[in-house]
Design a protein around this ligand. Sequence first.
Ligand code: FAD
Length: 509
Amino acid sequence: MADTDKTLSVAIIGAGFAGIGAAIRLRQEGITDFAIFERGDRIGGTWRDNTYPGAACDIPSRLYSYSFAPNPNWSHTYSGSDEILAYIDRMATDSGIAPHIRFGHNVTGLIYDEAAGQWTVEFEGREPVRARTVIAAPGPLSNASLPDIPGIETYEGHKIHSARWDHDYDFTGKKVAVIGTGASAVQIVPELVKTAKSVKVFQRTPGWVLPRLNRPTSGLLKQLYRTVPFAQEASRAAWFWGHESVALGVVWDTPFTRLVEQLSKANLRLQVKDPWLRRQLTPDFSAGCKRLLMTSDYYPALQADNCKLVTWPIARLAPKGIRTVEGIEHQFDAIVFATGFEVSKAGAPIPITGIGGRSLGDEWSGGAYAYRSVAVSGYPNLYFTFGPNSGPGHSSALVYMEAQINYIVEAVEKLLRLDWKALDVRPEVQARYNADIQRRLQATTWNSGCQSWYLTDDGFNATMFPGFATQYVNQLKHVDLDDYKITGYRDPSAMAPGAESAGDLVSVQ
Ligand SMILES: Cc1cc2nc3c(=O)[nH]c(=O)nc-3n(C[C@H](O)[C@H](O)[C@H](O)COP(=O)(O)OP(=O)(O)OC[C@H]3O[C@@H](n4cnc5c(N)ncnc54)[C@H](O)[C@@H]3O)c2cc1C
């Protein structure tokens, strides 16, 4: 039967790590009536899109993977994008969820039908679909953005965004510019200097850099992980707690923050001999305020004979290259934009209409907020992965996403099993939660005064979670039904036997 002909139990938006993980966990709970709607033509999200040379995770793979899908075969401490993509492919195939994926389905809107307790999922150029619950997993960094530089359209050379790499373009012997010095740029530059004639790196702000000690995993160790699963769990736990300790210096501004800065400065002194270059590469904000850069290759690459760091601000792009504010025009065959993504901090990622026609885009116009990052009052049976204030500053996104997925699957399973119409988080519970989050954020490095993509233009932090990963995971351990208004289809007396405590308080429609 086509998805359009019936009401799905669950519609999942996006087939990245989060969408795939949610589907696997649904299936494990016996829920099979779901579809994943993906606008692209293959799964993988971030790791499908970011295939630039050097693309890799900067969290160890043992932790940058799901605990319910351990992989004893990671080749290195940190994996490259190919290997991560292969891991996602394997999860989808082995779990049997692959047939549930509908490619080429760009979701353009969600509308809640309060009477029926169903969502209408709208697509670009396709018939809509109805679903009782929706898991929105469109990814925090899935829309590549070019910077707003005057004259960008006038540049006549080759323009490449890091997340839309042009593998047909041969950089050999070319004069190349890289704009941006964030997490992607520090991976790209060391690869480009190997082939390009020259590379100029345009820096606005230097980041704090720590070495990334990447080691191949020996055959013996892989064998151990394959035969003794506990060894793999222990290794993951060790990485987890190691990263938790880093929170002390990265999430909050503490004496540990100075320690991180001293370590980073020592690394800079060790790798960069020229004092002037060192000065240009020294940040003037607290470590942790922006994402720490994990690389051992970037500083050596910057000092290669064919590489130059440019710190003059860019004035505009011209037909042949980049003009900096002091009046010099740098000419290039190609410009690489390592300039990041449109991050949804204010407004909704797609138009979403909830109870009584309320618009999530309007409600989030000053900055997004949710209950425990997953649910929003007035939008029943709709759940977000990587929602507001779920960003980790110091640990693996997958640890956070796994917690979200488990929580969401528990809520969805309850709703379907007990045949409830709607689970809607109570507004006062959500307000209390967010007041607490914003209060706690005031003490973090992200709100300490530096500018970053974590904050809206008004300085509202809708992205990061102000605490340890352990705290984040613990708050999502169980769905507390007292936090929700539960609406049934029928009279409460007719509710399924054993309806759980707060479920007895159903309101009758
Ligand atoms: C280069 C790079 C390196 C990173 N490295 C790390 C790291 O080392 N450690 C870490 O913790 N995190 C890292 N991240 C963050 C990373 O984004 C997350 O770890 C994770 O991959 C996000 O998974 P996701 O499923 O939420 O989103 P995505 O992987 O972005 O997947 C979202 C999917 O939804 C689809 N989609 C979006 N909108 C729609 C729509 N309207 N309709 C239909 N489909 C839609 C997209 O096409 C995409 O396939 C990195 C990010 C980048 C860009």
